[in-house]
Design a protein around this ligand. Structure first.
Ligand code: UT7
Length: 389
């Protein structure tokens, strides 16, 4: 089971579309500036009931349907996110419960916009050692909740969404062949998000934050410097991972980069000599969805027929940390071991409803058990996919 193959993929974008013109009605900017400087026209915004976990669940459910495997066959769930609703339980644990993936371990991974590629590497290594057969790797973000909507330097860039892949171990050569991971913490100040965002501690509040040097609990970015950093590390990463996979650059069929800015990718394309037509971009309608951007773009690339069996594809991420990371994947979707069953999709959705009810029953039985034992009643107040805001 040496090779980790992508056997399923799925993405979810919230329904609400926010256009450049709509942002321009709130802050001093305009569509022309945003579009020519970034390539972005619109982005999706999560509604109040949606969280990183609910978006991640939707993407994972679609990926499992495509992979045609049951949640109980999943051994590991990793969610790359910078916008979890809770520090713990992890977003991945919430997804595990929503899916009813009773045999899966689950954890979140924090590497900002490089998170998905980092997580893909972690899952690939776990499959390579034989400790895991099936893993779900998810990138999920609700960036709209961590933006200063008055800061035109950042609020125009980001959007919400989630993408997921199912990885499966196989002895057939192919799948994730090589990856690279890098970090430079000395550049952490160039792109940062303080940890007190969804649930600021009321007892500490604004006063505590201002005394401790910040009243901000939103993204802060030195755009020009991050732009320069990205234009330098993305070509380096592509070359490094191609070399590790034993590919010449002209053997790369498609690059799915982190979707931050079309101009960054144009500069990368020139530097490295890979034509723009080989870079898949969807930043125009999705904006920058941080850790979710690569798996969402991957799904759209597949839907657009941009990936054929045996194609060589490179994922390349970059962002806060600073971090950067790349993966070389031989796109060899293995035929499913099982045939999809009649009404498979509907059955799966019903199972997920049961999984949520079962999780609630477990919470109640814990409460009753605690009462009977005479211990203080734990407050089973974890919101089931409902954000406080
Ligand atoms: O996912 C994490 C990785 N993040 C990134 O990769 C982001 C990388 N950086 C960027 O994409 C670009 O730096 C930005 C899109 C954020 C900014 O583009 P830029 O071409 O670097 O603009 P700038 O910050 O150098 O600003 C140029 C001018 C300034 O005006 P002056 O000083 O020349 O008069 C800004 O005040 O544009 C002004 N400006 C705006 N004008 C209209 C900045 N933001 C806006 C805006 N609308 N939204």
């Amino acid at each position: 089971m040496k090779y980790a193959h992508i056997i399923g993929w799925g993405h979810y974008l919230p329904k609400q579309i926010l256009t450049n013109d709509e942002i321009a009605s709130e802050v001093d900017t305009n569509h022309e500036w945003i579009f020519t400087r970034t390539g972005i026209s619109s982005r999706r915004i999560a509604d109040k009931s949606e969280t990183a976990a609910t978006l991640a669940f939707e993407a994972a459910a679609r990926a499992l349907t495509r992979a045609n495997i049951h949640p109980s066959e999943v051994d590991l769930i990793i969610v790359a996110t910078s916008t979890p609703e809770y520090i713990f339980p992890s977003t991945a644990s919430q997804v595990q419960s929503y899916l009813g993936a009773e045999n899966a371990g689950a954890f979140d991974l924090s590497a900002a916009c490089s998170g998905f590629v980092y997580a893909l590497d972690m899952a690939t290594q776990a499959i390579g050692t034989g400790s895991v057969r099936n893993a779900i790797v998810i990138g999920a973000e609700v960036m709209s909740r961590v933006l200063d909507w008055k800061d035109r330097g950042t609020c125009i860039l980001f959007g919400d969404g989630a993408g997921a892949v199912v990885l499966q171990g196989s002895s057939i050569p192919g799948g994730v062949l090589a990856s690279t991971m890098h970090a430079d913490g000395s550049g952490g100040n160039l792109l940062s998000l303080p940890a007190v965002y969804h649930n600021p501690i009321p007892a500490l509040g604004e006063e505590f934050l201002s005394q401790n040097g910040t009243t901000k609990n939103t993204i802060d970015m030195q755009g020009r410097q991050v732009f320069r950093f990205a234009s330098r590390v993305v070509p380096e990463s592509i070359m490094e991972v191609a070399e590790k996979a034993n590919w010449n650059l002209d053997e790369i069929d498609l690059v799915v980069p982190h979707q931050a800015n079309v101009r960054i990718i144009e500069s990368v394309s020139k530097k490295i000599g890979i034509p723009m037509s080989k870079f898949f971009m969807n930043v125009n309608h999705a904006g920058n969805t941080s850790a979710a951007s690569i798996p969402i773009a991957l799904c759209e690339a597949v839907d657009a027929g941009r990936l054929r069996p045996n194609d060589n594809v490179v994922f390349v991420g970059f962002g806060g940390g600073l971090t950067w990371s790349a993966a070389a994947v031989n796109w060899l979707v293995l035929p499913s071991e099982k045939q999809p069953r009649f009404l498979d999709h509907e059955w799966r959705r019903m199972r997920y409803v049961f999984a949520r009810q079962r999780a609630k029953l477990r919470q109640w039985s814990r409460q009753i058990g605690a009462r009977l034992a005479g211990s203080p009643t734990p407050d089973a107040s974890l919101k089931d996919g409902k954000n406080k805001k």
